[in-house]
Ligand binder design. Sequence first.
Ligand code: ZN
Length: 97
Amino acid sequence: MTAPVNFTPAARKGDEPCGRRRSYRFREHHIVADEEPDAEPLSFSAECAVCEQFGPEEETSEAAGAWIVRHLKANPEHLTYRERLIRPLRAVPGRWL
Ligand SMILES: [Zn+2]
């Protein structure tokens, strides 16, 4: 994935406590899929492309699709849907620039 650059303040000797004089260093970060044990789970939901209502977040695509069946029964003219996927990501600090 892309490697955006963020900046983090780096205190230097002589900096005033009120922070008037600060310096910043740039640091590379890599955005990766969050596969840590405490990562949020992958989740799916379905959205109606006609009225933009959407179903609850579910753990599987199939479970999210169940909402489409219920929505279609209530709205037989709504035939177009989107799958929404929420994938947890993590910014991993890289080298200082
Ligand atoms: Zn709809």
